[in-house]
Design a protein around this ligand. Structure first.
Ligand code: NAD
Length: 428
Protein backbone atom coordinates (compact mmCIF):
# COMPACT_ATOMS: atom_id res chain seq x y z
CA UNK A 1 0.00 0.00 0.00
CA UNK A 2 2.81 2.28 -0.94
CA UNK A 3 4.52 4.14 -3.79
CA UNK A 4 5.62 2.20 -6.88
CA UNK A 5 9.36 2.08 -6.25
CA UNK A 6 9.17 1.35 -2.51
CA UNK A 7 9.04 -2.26 -1.48
CA UNK A 8 8.60 -2.64 2.31
CA UNK A 9 9.54 -6.32 2.25
CA UNK A 10 12.90 -5.52 0.65
CA UNK A 11 13.35 -2.89 3.33
CA UNK A 12 12.49 -5.36 6.11
CA UNK A 13 14.95 -7.85 4.64
CA UNK A 14 17.69 -5.22 4.33
CA UNK A 15 17.20 -4.23 7.99
CA UNK A 16 17.39 -7.89 8.93
CA UNK A 17 20.51 -8.56 6.82
CA UNK A 18 22.38 -5.68 8.43
CA UNK A 19 21.90 -7.12 11.92
CA UNK A 20 22.29 -10.75 10.82
CA UNK A 21 25.83 -9.73 9.76
CA UNK A 22 26.40 -8.06 13.09
CA UNK A 23 25.26 -11.21 14.94
CA UNK A 24 27.20 -13.44 12.54
CA UNK A 25 24.09 -15.60 11.98
CA UNK A 26 24.64 -18.83 10.08
CA UNK A 27 23.20 -19.18 6.56
CA UNK A 28 20.32 -21.53 7.33
CA UNK A 29 19.03 -19.36 10.18
CA UNK A 30 19.25 -16.34 7.88
CA UNK A 31 17.36 -18.11 5.12
CA UNK A 32 14.66 -19.15 7.57
CA UNK A 33 14.24 -15.75 9.21
CA UNK A 34 14.41 -13.46 6.18
CA UNK A 35 11.35 -15.16 4.60
CA UNK A 36 7.85 -16.02 5.83
CA UNK A 37 7.24 -19.60 6.92
CA UNK A 38 3.76 -19.61 5.31
CA UNK A 39 1.58 -17.32 3.27
CA UNK A 40 -1.97 -17.44 1.94
CA UNK A 41 -3.50 -15.46 -0.93
CA UNK A 42 -7.16 -15.92 -1.80
CA UNK A 43 -10.27 -14.33 -3.28
CA UNK A 44 -13.35 -13.18 -1.40
CA UNK A 45 -16.48 -12.85 -3.57
CA UNK A 46 -19.02 -10.46 -2.05
CA UNK A 47 -22.53 -9.67 -3.23
CA UNK A 48 -22.62 -5.90 -3.04
CA UNK A 49 -25.64 -3.82 -2.04
CA UNK A 50 -26.45 -3.16 -5.72
CA UNK A 51 -26.76 -6.93 -6.36
CA UNK A 52 -23.46 -7.27 -8.30
CA UNK A 53 -20.73 -9.64 -7.07
CA UNK A 54 -17.36 -8.01 -6.48
CA UNK A 55 -14.24 -10.10 -5.91
CA UNK A 56 -11.71 -8.89 -3.30
CA UNK A 57 -8.19 -10.21 -2.78
CA UNK A 58 -7.14 -11.25 0.73
CA UNK A 59 -3.83 -12.17 2.37
CA UNK A 60 -2.41 -13.78 5.48
CA UNK A 61 1.31 -14.20 6.08
CA UNK A 62 2.76 -16.16 9.03
CA UNK A 63 6.36 -15.09 9.18
CA UNK A 64 7.64 -17.11 12.13
CA UNK A 65 5.94 -18.98 14.96
CA UNK A 66 8.92 -20.49 16.78
CA UNK A 67 8.12 -18.50 19.96
CA UNK A 68 4.33 -19.02 19.89
CA UNK A 69 1.22 -18.61 17.72
CA UNK A 70 1.55 -15.98 14.97
CA UNK A 71 0.03 -12.65 15.89
CA UNK A 72 -0.78 -9.60 13.82
CA UNK A 73 -3.43 -7.30 12.47
CA UNK A 74 -5.58 -7.30 9.36
CA UNK A 75 -5.57 -4.18 7.22
CA UNK A 76 -8.20 -2.99 4.79
CA UNK A 77 -6.55 -0.73 2.23
CA UNK A 78 -7.01 -0.07 -1.50
CA UNK A 79 -3.24 -0.29 -2.11
CA UNK A 80 -2.48 -3.33 0.05
CA UNK A 81 0.16 -5.64 -1.45
CA UNK A 82 1.54 -9.04 -0.52
CA UNK A 83 4.97 -7.49 0.00
CA UNK A 84 3.58 -4.98 2.50
CA UNK A 85 1.91 -7.83 4.37
CA UNK A 86 5.15 -9.88 4.30
CA UNK A 87 7.12 -6.97 5.72
CA UNK A 88 4.56 -6.31 8.42
CA UNK A 89 4.42 -10.00 9.38
CA UNK A 90 8.20 -10.03 9.72
CA UNK A 91 8.14 -6.87 11.84
CA UNK A 92 5.51 -8.56 14.06
CA UNK A 93 7.95 -11.40 14.75
CA UNK A 94 10.57 -8.90 15.93
CA UNK A 95 7.99 -6.86 17.82
CA UNK A 96 6.74 -9.81 19.89
CA UNK A 97 10.31 -10.90 20.52
CA UNK A 98 11.62 -7.49 21.58
CA UNK A 99 8.90 -7.12 24.25
CA UNK A 100 9.39 -10.80 25.09
CA UNK A 101 5.85 -12.10 24.73
CA UNK A 102 5.33 -15.74 23.68
CA UNK A 103 4.00 -15.03 20.19
CA UNK A 104 5.26 -15.12 16.61
CA UNK A 105 4.65 -12.75 13.71
CA UNK A 106 1.78 -12.63 11.23
CA UNK A 107 -0.18 -10.08 9.23
CA UNK A 108 -3.19 -10.02 6.96
CA UNK A 109 -5.01 -7.74 4.64
CA UNK A 110 -7.70 -7.21 2.06
CA UNK A 111 -7.42 -4.94 -0.96
CA UNK A 112 -10.49 -2.76 -0.44
CA UNK A 113 -11.47 0.76 0.50
CA UNK A 114 -13.84 0.83 3.50
CA UNK A 115 -14.63 4.48 2.70
CA UNK A 116 -16.76 3.25 -0.18
CA UNK A 117 -18.23 0.11 1.41
CA UNK A 118 -21.43 -0.19 3.45
CA UNK A 119 -21.33 -1.91 6.85
CA UNK A 120 -23.00 -4.96 5.34
CA UNK A 121 -20.38 -5.19 2.58
CA UNK A 122 -17.56 -4.88 5.12
CA UNK A 123 -19.16 -7.60 7.24
CA UNK A 124 -19.23 -9.89 4.20
CA UNK A 125 -15.54 -9.23 3.54
CA UNK A 126 -14.71 -10.06 7.18
CA UNK A 127 -16.72 -13.28 7.10
CA UNK A 128 -15.27 -14.22 3.68
CA UNK A 129 -11.72 -13.67 4.96
CA UNK A 130 -12.36 -16.07 7.87
CA UNK A 131 -14.10 -18.66 5.64
CA UNK A 132 -10.98 -18.83 3.48
CA UNK A 133 -8.64 -19.26 6.44
CA UNK A 134 -10.69 -20.94 9.15
CA UNK A 135 -8.37 -23.94 9.33
CA UNK A 136 -5.13 -21.99 9.12
CA UNK A 137 -5.76 -19.45 11.87
CA UNK A 138 -7.00 -19.84 15.46
CA UNK A 139 -6.08 -19.49 19.13
CA UNK A 140 -3.32 -22.07 18.96
CA UNK A 141 -1.74 -21.15 15.63
CA UNK A 142 -2.48 -17.60 14.47
CA UNK A 143 -4.40 -14.84 16.25
CA UNK A 144 -5.49 -11.83 14.14
CA UNK A 145 -6.22 -8.30 15.39
CA UNK A 146 -7.31 -4.90 14.01
CA UNK A 147 -4.99 -2.64 12.05
CA UNK A 148 -5.34 0.18 9.52
CA UNK A 149 -9.04 0.73 8.73
CA UNK A 150 -10.27 -2.27 10.71
CA UNK A 151 -11.78 -2.06 14.19
CA UNK A 152 -13.50 -3.96 17.02
CA UNK A 153 -16.66 -4.45 14.98
CA UNK A 154 -14.70 -6.14 12.18
CA UNK A 155 -13.06 -8.41 14.77
CA UNK A 156 -16.43 -9.42 16.21
CA UNK A 157 -17.80 -10.34 12.77
CA UNK A 158 -14.67 -12.43 12.20
CA UNK A 159 -14.96 -14.13 15.61
CA UNK A 160 -18.62 -14.89 14.97
CA UNK A 161 -17.81 -16.51 11.62
CA UNK A 162 -14.93 -18.51 13.12
CA UNK A 163 -17.13 -19.79 15.98
CA UNK A 164 -19.90 -20.62 13.52
CA UNK A 165 -17.51 -22.71 11.41
CA UNK A 166 -15.89 -24.48 14.35
CA UNK A 167 -19.05 -24.88 16.41
CA UNK A 168 -17.88 -23.52 19.77
CA UNK A 169 -16.77 -20.41 21.61
CA UNK A 170 -13.19 -19.38 20.89
CA UNK A 171 -12.69 -15.89 22.32
CA UNK A 172 -8.91 -16.37 22.06
CA UNK A 173 -9.17 -16.59 18.24
CA UNK A 174 -8.91 -12.84 17.73
CA UNK A 175 -8.03 -9.74 19.75
CA UNK A 176 -9.19 -6.16 19.58
CA UNK A 177 -12.73 -7.34 20.34
CA UNK A 178 -15.21 -4.85 21.83
CA UNK A 179 -14.93 -4.44 25.60
CA UNK A 180 -17.71 -6.58 27.12
CA UNK A 181 -17.35 -9.08 24.26
CA UNK A 182 -13.95 -10.40 25.33
CA UNK A 183 -11.98 -7.25 24.58
CA UNK A 184 -9.43 -5.84 27.03
CA UNK A 185 -9.78 -2.47 28.64
CA UNK A 186 -6.88 -0.29 27.55
CA UNK A 187 -6.47 -1.89 24.10
CA UNK A 188 -7.67 1.24 22.30
CA UNK A 189 -5.08 3.36 24.06
CA UNK A 190 -2.32 0.72 24.15
CA UNK A 191 -0.32 1.45 20.99
CA UNK A 192 -0.31 5.23 21.34
CA UNK A 193 0.39 5.06 25.09
CA UNK A 194 3.16 2.54 24.45
CA UNK A 195 4.87 5.01 22.09
CA UNK A 196 4.83 7.59 24.87
CA UNK A 197 6.03 5.21 27.60
CA UNK A 198 9.17 4.65 25.51
CA UNK A 199 9.44 8.34 24.64
CA UNK A 200 9.11 9.28 28.35
CA UNK A 201 12.05 6.98 29.18
CA UNK A 202 14.13 8.40 26.32
CA UNK A 203 13.48 11.95 27.54
CA UNK A 204 14.58 10.92 31.05
CA UNK A 205 17.84 9.49 29.70
CA UNK A 206 18.45 12.65 27.68
CA UNK A 207 17.70 14.83 30.69
CA UNK A 208 14.81 16.58 28.93
CA UNK A 209 11.72 17.76 30.80
CA UNK A 210 8.65 16.67 28.76
CA UNK A 211 6.92 19.92 29.75
CA UNK A 212 9.55 21.88 27.85
CA UNK A 213 9.35 19.79 24.69
CA UNK A 214 7.38 20.17 21.47
CA UNK A 215 6.31 17.55 18.99
CA UNK A 216 4.91 17.13 15.45
CA UNK A 217 2.79 14.11 14.61
CA UNK A 218 1.99 12.53 11.28
CA UNK A 219 -1.44 10.87 11.29
CA UNK A 220 -4.49 11.36 13.47
CA UNK A 221 -5.82 7.83 13.81
CA UNK A 222 -5.80 5.40 16.71
CA UNK A 223 -2.05 5.45 17.37
CA UNK A 224 -1.57 9.19 16.91
CA UNK A 225 -4.56 10.28 19.00
CA UNK A 226 -3.63 8.25 22.08
CA UNK A 227 0.05 9.10 21.76
CA UNK A 228 -0.94 12.77 21.72
CA UNK A 229 -3.26 12.27 24.71
CA UNK A 230 -0.55 10.81 26.95
CA UNK A 231 2.19 13.13 25.71
CA UNK A 232 -0.03 16.09 26.56
CA UNK A 233 -0.66 14.58 30.01
CA UNK A 234 3.11 14.59 30.51
CA UNK A 235 2.97 18.30 29.74
CA UNK A 236 4.31 18.31 26.16
CA UNK A 237 3.02 20.54 23.35
CA UNK A 238 1.94 19.10 19.99
CA UNK A 239 2.29 21.88 17.43
CA UNK A 240 0.81 20.01 14.47
CA UNK A 241 -0.78 16.83 13.19
CA UNK A 242 -1.37 15.68 9.66
CA UNK A 243 -4.05 13.47 8.14
CA UNK A 244 -5.25 12.05 4.85
CA UNK A 245 -8.04 13.88 3.02
CA UNK A 246 -10.18 11.32 1.25
CA UNK A 247 -11.95 13.87 -0.92
CA UNK A 248 -8.82 15.62 -2.19
CA UNK A 249 -6.74 12.39 -2.22
CA UNK A 250 -3.88 14.13 -0.48
CA UNK A 251 -2.75 14.85 3.06
CA UNK A 252 -2.72 18.11 5.04
CA UNK A 253 -0.93 19.33 8.15
CA UNK A 254 -2.94 21.19 10.80
CA UNK A 255 -0.87 23.55 12.87
CA UNK A 256 -1.38 25.66 15.98
CA UNK A 257 1.91 26.94 17.38
CA UNK A 258 0.43 27.26 20.88
CA UNK A 259 -0.50 23.56 20.72
CA UNK A 260 -3.32 21.60 19.14
CA UNK A 261 -6.44 20.85 21.17
CA UNK A 262 -7.02 17.10 20.98
CA UNK A 263 -10.70 17.18 21.91
CA UNK A 264 -11.67 19.89 19.44
CA UNK A 265 -9.80 18.12 16.62
CA UNK A 266 -11.41 14.78 17.49
CA UNK A 267 -14.83 16.38 17.04
CA UNK A 268 -14.03 17.26 13.41
CA UNK A 269 -12.34 13.96 12.52
CA UNK A 270 -14.04 11.10 10.69
CA UNK A 271 -13.77 7.47 11.79
CA UNK A 272 -10.79 6.95 9.47
CA UNK A 273 -8.76 9.70 11.16
CA UNK A 274 -9.38 12.30 8.44
CA UNK A 275 -9.64 15.88 9.75
CA UNK A 276 -12.17 18.26 8.13
CA UNK A 277 -9.97 21.06 6.78
CA UNK A 278 -12.76 23.65 6.49
CA UNK A 279 -13.76 23.20 10.11
CA UNK A 280 -10.10 23.15 11.22
CA UNK A 281 -9.56 26.54 9.58
CA UNK A 282 -12.64 27.78 11.44
CA UNK A 283 -10.99 26.70 14.70
CA UNK A 284 -7.88 28.72 13.93
CA UNK A 285 -5.61 25.99 12.53
CA UNK A 286 -3.19 26.76 9.75
CA UNK A 287 -3.79 24.19 7.00
CA UNK A 288 -0.45 23.34 5.38
CA UNK A 289 0.66 20.74 2.82
CA UNK A 290 0.79 17.14 4.08
CA UNK A 291 4.58 16.99 4.39
CA UNK A 292 4.84 20.14 6.51
CA UNK A 293 4.74 18.09 9.73
CA UNK A 294 8.28 16.86 9.12
CA UNK A 295 9.94 20.28 8.78
CA UNK A 296 8.67 21.79 12.02
CA UNK A 297 11.09 23.24 14.56
CA UNK A 298 10.24 20.74 17.31
CA UNK A 299 12.11 18.39 19.64
CA UNK A 300 10.22 15.23 18.71
CA UNK A 301 8.72 13.76 15.54
CA UNK A 302 6.14 11.00 15.74
CA UNK A 303 5.33 9.45 12.37
CA UNK A 304 2.09 7.56 13.13
CA UNK A 305 0.35 7.20 9.76
CA UNK A 306 1.79 4.65 7.34
CA UNK A 307 5.03 3.13 6.07
CA UNK A 308 7.42 4.92 3.69
CA UNK A 309 6.82 8.45 5.01
CA UNK A 310 10.31 9.54 6.09
CA UNK A 311 12.15 9.13 2.79
CA UNK A 312 15.53 10.04 1.33
CA UNK A 313 13.95 13.32 0.21
CA UNK A 314 11.78 14.22 3.18
CA UNK A 315 14.47 13.39 5.76
CA UNK A 316 16.46 16.41 4.50
CA UNK A 317 13.68 18.66 5.76
CA UNK A 318 13.98 17.53 9.37
CA UNK A 319 14.82 20.56 11.47
CA UNK A 320 18.16 20.68 13.31
CA UNK A 321 16.32 20.95 16.66
CA UNK A 322 14.79 17.51 16.34
CA UNK A 323 16.30 15.16 18.91
CA UNK A 324 14.00 12.15 18.87
CA UNK A 325 11.98 10.29 16.25
CA UNK A 326 9.49 7.92 17.93
CA UNK A 327 8.08 5.68 15.23
CA UNK A 328 4.39 5.04 15.93
CA UNK A 329 3.72 3.63 12.46
CA UNK A 330 5.20 0.44 11.07
CA UNK A 331 8.09 1.02 8.68
CA UNK A 332 7.73 4.81 8.39
CA UNK A 333 11.44 5.34 7.64
CA UNK A 334 13.11 4.11 4.45
CA UNK A 335 16.60 2.60 4.51
CA UNK A 336 18.01 5.72 2.83
CA UNK A 337 16.38 8.04 5.37
CA UNK A 338 17.48 5.79 8.21
CA UNK A 339 21.14 6.25 7.23
CA UNK A 340 20.67 10.00 7.45
CA UNK A 341 19.03 9.79 10.89
CA UNK A 342 21.91 7.61 12.09
CA UNK A 343 24.52 10.00 10.69
CA UNK A 344 22.78 13.00 12.21
CA UNK A 345 22.68 11.15 15.54
CA UNK A 346 18.95 11.68 15.90
CA UNK A 347 17.75 9.27 18.58
CA UNK A 348 15.29 6.85 16.96
CA UNK A 349 12.87 4.73 18.95
CA UNK A 350 12.30 2.13 16.24
CA UNK A 351 8.83 1.13 15.14
CA UNK A 352 8.70 -2.43 16.36
CA UNK A 353 9.74 -1.30 19.84
CA UNK A 354 7.81 2.00 20.01
CA UNK A 355 4.50 0.64 18.76
CA UNK A 356 4.66 -2.75 20.50
CA UNK A 357 2.08 -1.60 23.06
CA UNK A 358 -0.73 -2.78 20.79
CA UNK A 359 0.43 -6.35 20.52
CA UNK A 360 1.42 -6.45 24.17
CA UNK A 361 -2.11 -5.49 25.17
CA UNK A 362 -3.47 -7.97 22.61
CA UNK A 363 -1.45 -10.61 24.39
CA UNK A 364 -3.02 -9.45 27.69
CA UNK A 365 -6.41 -9.77 25.98
CA UNK A 366 -5.64 -13.36 24.99
CA UNK A 367 -4.57 -14.15 28.55
CA UNK A 368 -7.74 -12.56 30.00
CA UNK A 369 -9.98 -14.27 27.41
CA UNK A 370 -8.41 -17.63 28.17
CA UNK A 371 -8.83 -17.15 31.93
CA UNK A 372 -12.27 -15.59 31.46
CA UNK A 373 -11.16 -13.08 34.08
CA UNK A 374 -10.81 -9.44 33.09
CA UNK A 375 -8.50 -6.89 34.63
CA UNK A 376 -9.38 -3.27 35.30
CA UNK A 377 -7.92 -0.57 33.08
CA UNK A 378 -5.29 0.63 35.56
CA UNK A 379 -4.06 -2.94 35.95
CA UNK A 380 -3.75 -3.35 32.16
CA UNK A 381 -1.97 -0.03 31.69
CA UNK A 382 0.43 -0.63 34.58
CA UNK A 383 1.43 -4.01 33.14
CA UNK A 384 1.77 -2.39 29.72
CA UNK A 385 3.97 0.38 31.07
CA UNK A 386 6.16 -2.19 32.84
CA UNK A 387 6.59 -4.31 29.67
CA UNK A 388 7.28 -1.34 27.39
CA UNK A 389 9.67 0.32 29.84
CA UNK A 390 11.64 -2.92 30.38
CA UNK A 391 11.90 -3.55 26.63
CA UNK A 392 12.96 0.04 25.98
CA UNK A 393 15.65 -0.11 28.68
CA UNK A 394 17.06 -3.37 27.32
CA UNK A 395 17.31 -1.89 23.81
CA UNK A 396 18.86 1.34 25.06
CA UNK A 397 21.42 -0.64 27.07
CA UNK A 398 22.32 -2.70 24.00
CA UNK A 399 22.65 0.55 21.98
CA UNK A 400 25.10 1.92 24.56
CA UNK A 401 26.97 -1.30 25.28
CA UNK A 402 27.63 -2.22 21.67
CA UNK A 403 27.65 1.36 20.40
CA UNK A 404 25.10 0.53 17.70
CA UNK A 405 22.16 2.42 16.26
CA UNK A 406 18.92 2.04 18.27
CA UNK A 407 17.13 0.19 15.44
CA UNK A 408 20.02 -2.27 15.17
CA UNK A 409 20.03 -2.74 18.95
CA UNK A 410 16.32 -3.62 18.93
CA UNK A 411 16.87 -6.00 16.01
CA UNK A 412 19.85 -7.63 17.73
CA UNK A 413 17.75 -8.49 20.79
CA UNK A 414 14.74 -9.67 18.78
CA UNK A 415 16.62 -11.70 16.15
CA UNK A 416 18.73 -13.37 18.80
CA UNK A 417 15.61 -14.49 20.71
CA UNK A 418 13.88 -15.85 17.59
CA UNK A 419 17.04 -17.52 16.25
CA UNK A 420 17.51 -19.19 19.62
CA UNK A 421 13.91 -20.49 19.60
CA UNK A 422 14.42 -21.94 16.08
CA UNK A 423 17.67 -23.59 17.15
CA UNK A 424 16.18 -24.95 20.42
CA UNK A 425 13.31 -26.51 18.47
CA UNK A 426 15.80 -28.15 16.16
CA UNK A 427 14.61 -26.25 13.06
CA UNK A 428 18.10 -25.10 12.13
P1 NAD B 1 -5.63 4.59 11.51
O1 NAD B 1 -6.24 4.08 10.26
O2 NAD B 1 -6.46 4.68 12.75
O3 NAD B 1 -5.00 6.05 11.28
C1 NAD B 1 -4.14 6.36 10.23
C2 NAD B 1 -4.00 7.87 10.20
O4 NAD B 1 -3.02 8.22 9.23
C3 NAD B 1 -5.28 8.61 9.80
O5 NAD B 1 -5.39 9.78 10.56
C4 NAD B 1 -5.04 8.96 8.34
O6 NAD B 1 -5.75 10.12 7.93
C5 NAD B 1 -3.55 9.23 8.39
N1 NAD B 1 -2.87 9.15 7.10
C6 NAD B 1 -2.95 8.19 6.16
N2 NAD B 1 -2.14 8.49 5.11
C7 NAD B 1 -1.53 9.66 5.44
C8 NAD B 1 -0.58 10.48 4.80
N3 NAD B 1 -0.08 10.17 3.61
N4 NAD B 1 -0.17 11.62 5.42
C9 NAD B 1 -0.67 11.95 6.64
N5 NAD B 1 -1.58 11.20 7.29
C10 NAD B 1 -1.99 10.08 6.70
O7 NAD B 1 -4.34 3.68 11.75
P2 NAD B 1 -3.59 3.39 13.10
O8 NAD B 1 -4.18 2.20 13.74
O9 NAD B 1 -3.46 4.65 13.89
O10 NAD B 1 -2.15 2.93 12.56
C11 NAD B 1 -1.18 3.88 12.15
C12 NAD B 1 0.14 3.16 11.93
O11 NAD B 1 0.52 2.49 13.13
C13 NAD B 1 0.15 2.07 10.86
O12 NAD B 1 1.45 2.01 10.29
C14 NAD B 1 -0.12 0.81 11.66
O13 NAD B 1 0.34 -0.37 10.98
C15 NAD B 1 0.70 1.10 12.89
N6 NAD B 1 0.31 0.35 14.07
C16 NAD B 1 -0.95 0.38 14.55
C17 NAD B 1 -1.27 -0.32 15.69
C18 NAD B 1 -2.61 -0.24 16.33
O14 NAD B 1 -2.79 -0.82 17.40
N7 NAD B 1 -3.57 0.47 15.76
C19 NAD B 1 -0.29 -1.10 16.33
C20 NAD B 1 1.01 -1.09 15.82
C21 NAD B 1 1.29 -0.36 14.68
Amino acid sequence: MTGHSFNPFEMAQAQFDKVADLLELDNSTRELLRNPLREYQFLIPVRMDDGQVKVFRGFRVQHNDSRGPSKGGIRFHPHETIDTVRALAMWMTWKCAVVDIPLGGGKGGVICDPHSLSDREQEQICRGWVRQLARNVGPINDVPAPDVMTNAQHMLWMLDEYEHIHGGKYPGFITGKPVGMGGSLGRTEATGYGVIYTLREALKIMGLDPKKTTCAVQGFGNVAQYAIQLYKQLGGTVVCVSSWDQQDQTSYTFKKTSGIDLDELRKITDRFGGIDKGKARGLGYEVLPGEAWIEQEVDILIPAALENQVTGESVKKINKNVKIVAEGANGPTTIEADRVLEERKIYVIPDFLANAGGVTCSYFEQVQSNMNYFWDKDDVLQRLDFKMTSAYKAVHEMHVKRNIYMRDAAYAIAIDRVARACRDRGWV
